[in-house]
Design a protein around this ligand. Sequence first.
Ligand SMILES: [Zn+2]
Length: 288
Amino acid sequence: MPELPEVETVRRIAAPLVIGRSITGITMNPTFTCVLEAPDGMDPVSSLIGRTIMDVERRGKYLLFLLGADLWMVIHLRMTGRLLVVDHQASPVRFEHLGIALDNGKDLRFGDQRKFGRVRVTLPEEVEALSFRLGPEPFDRQVTGRWLHGALERRSGKIKAVLLDQHLLAGLGNIYVDEALFRARIHPERIARNLSLEEATRLIGAIRHVLRSAIANQGTTFSSFENPYGEAGSNADFLRVYGKGRGALSCPRCGTALEHLVVGGRGTTFCPRCQLLPGQDTSSASPA
Ligand SMILES: [Zn+2]
């Protein structure tokens, strides 16, 4: 499922290909026209035609296309959504639901096997409200160890579940939360408000590290994620724990067998030696 690094990868590649281009036509797969949404009373197709893409931004896991002072197009890839930039003559991409033709002979094509993703044409007020509901971006200047420590003080849930909540920080999902907790040596079932300032500081550093590396590797692809050129990201090769808890694989740091848990309804992998719960024997903890 695309998280911040995958959505940012799409943004970085798509932006120079589409900014400044005007929308000349829309094609929809008649079996799934509800992929394209708009507020009540607004026709999404006629609202898009003739508009120029002024900018492509990202907020959390959302792609935001600025289409003038009074209109946005918000794309949420959700589980298996893909946004590709192809020649107008190119055949439909896999599971294509929507094509947006541009005045440079290119199309933005939206494909989605699971059909949870959406393309929503909307007003600035709605984009502001969306942004207001989300927590800050992990790379925002205000996001420091002290800030995270303060934000966690009000949270009685388990740290893994709290980090998945987009109201705290925007853009994290299952992959990068597991990777960041491993890097910060914090057990996924720790109660969020019990983290020390030192742990919160280590955690925000770990979150930034795993996100930055994943962006550099153009995201993680297990099955469906592709960048706008239709290419897979290479970050799966660099994951240290995510998805490895069921195969008796060992911790890359200490060699202990990784374990699998369900936390907040999500499969979770951690090292029982590097990521101890308070009260567990620390004498066996790895010094590495
Ligand atoms: Zn370990």
